[in-house]
Each structure stands twice: as C-alpha cells, then as structure tokens.
Design a protein around this ligand. Sequence first.
Ligand code: ATP
Length: 199
Amino acid sequence: MVYCVGLTGGIGSGKTTVAELFSRLGIEVIHADKISRELTQKDKSAYKRILEHYGNRILLDDGELDRSKLREIIFSDPKERDWLEHLLHPLIREVIKQRVAASLSPYCMIEIPLLISKEAYPYINRILLLCAPEELQISRLMQRDQCSKEQAQAILAAQPDIEKRLDSADDIVINNRDIEQLSQKVNDLHYTYLQESKK
Ligand code: ATP
C-alpha cells in the first residue's frame, strides 16, 4: 500500500485549506466527510438505515437527508451521535481503505476530522495534526458558516480531547498565521513525506 498520512484537527483548524495545498502539489487527498456524504445520499445503504431510525422527519422535500436537522439531533444527544457514528464509521473506513489501495499518488493523504489514533487505520504511517487557537477557530467558523459565537463555541465544546490528539500526532502544524506561512509549512512537510515514502 502507498505511504499514507492522516490529516486531522479540530473544526475550523484549517484541514480543508491544508488538504487543498497538498492536492495542488499533486498529492491525492481522500476526504472522510465526502465519503460520508456519498454513503448517505438518497437510496444508498446508510441513507436507508438512517431513514428507518428517524422516519420521514429527517427528510427534505426532495427526499434527501436534512443534514442540518441530523446535525442538530446528534449535537444535542450523545446517544444519537454514538448511534450514527457506529453506523457510518465502519462503512467510511472500508471505502477509505479501498481508495488507498487503489492510489497511484507518491503518497496519499486522508482527511479524517475525528482521527485520534492509528488503531482503526493500521496502514496510516503518520498523523498530521492541525491546531489553531480557540478564538481564531471561532472567528473563522463564524465568518465561514455565518453562525453565531454561541453556535461556534458549542461545536468546539463537542470536539475530541486535544491531549489525546497531541499524544498520537507525528507532525503538528499551528495554523495561527496567514495562508502564505501555512503554505510554507505544507511545502516542508511535503518534502519530508516524499523522503519517507521512498524508504
Ligand atoms: P471543518 O472542520 O469545519 O471542515 P476545517 O478544519 O476544514 O474546518 P477550513 O475550512 O480549512 O477548516 O478553515 C476554516 C476557515 O478558516 C475557512 O474559511 C478558511 O479559508 C479559513 N482559514 C484557514 N486557515 C487560514 C489561515 N491561515 N488564514 C486565514 N484564513 C484561514
């Protein structure tokens, strides 16, 4: 299997931005969230299970899942969040594994927001953790998603424990400067990953 880097970090820490920078360097990036959306499209297997569980109240007029309603339910009830994660995570992991196995990139990157350790992904060689000061995460989220400070704070409060994340990270990028600085850090890491992937 190709050399594999897991990209993770809290909400609004800059994962999508960093993934785009690696992608511009010619690296294949696999996005767990995109796979999750694919698996929950109308009539896909996970969609059917979610519909059985919540009934029609979880649907939009066109029959697709009402994702903001689903988000509201799982952020207000940890049991529901567990239920959904138990359903989706194994399915997402399986698709990721297939895509990594088929990758022809010099190394590949998997963006997994909730990646805490390599345990569930034994083929991941390295974890790259993005961090940003909480106040920057909040202001970037408010600007990007047009949400209130309270909503941004509530989402941040539900994020995995940073200590555990730091323990399992191999590389840590603090995204507290401008995009140019971030881009420079990505270039440096890209060089390291290319070297590592050749070993
Ligand atoms: P999520 O967990 O919600 O998917 P994310 O970790 O992917 O978020 P991004 O979407 O990459 O985070 O970044 C959040 C917002 O902050 C975006 O609007 C992005 O353009 C902006 N941003 C990220 N890094 C920087 C930076 N260094 N300077 C300025 N803006 C930034």
